[in-house]
Ligand binder design. Sequence first.
Ligand code: HEM
Length: 130
Amino acid sequence: MFIGGYISAAGLGLTCPDWPFCPSGIFPDEQYFIEWTHRFIAAITGILVIATTIGCWLTKNSESKIKLTSTLAAIFVVTQISLGALVIDLKLHAVLVSIHLGIAILLFAMVLLTTLFAFRLNKKSIQTNV
Ligand code: HEM
């Protein structure tokens, strides 16, 4: 989200006009470095989010709310990456860029909730003896 905000504010949105790779191919060159980094981190994020969702579904006795938030995160990350292609294709159409920002926030919220549910302290362990 940080790199996306920088790209948007610096007007670098169309420096890499192709998708999924920049004209330099799978590796970046100086000209496309920031855009390439945004896409590279998006790809890593996508893999990690989907792996987390699979983990949530495969874990025995995992709660339904963590399955829900992780599944929504997976849906949002796939939508977001696909939308990235449209944002480029439609030359940074304002509505699409706004939706791209909105989905980034929803994705962040779902990843945060999933993390909180995963590491939530057992209620009993924080009860006081008062
Ligand atoms: C996990 C995936 C992604 C997240 C969380 C994400 C997030 C963001 C955010 C927060 C912004 C700033 C929006 C704004 O300031 O209004 C942005 C901008 C942008 N993103 Fe992404 N993004 C993702 C994937 C992608 C992908 C895969 C592409 C294209 C291949 C892409 C293309 C762009 C472009 C071109 C901009 C700049 C728009 C402009 O110049 O106004 N994004 N992204």
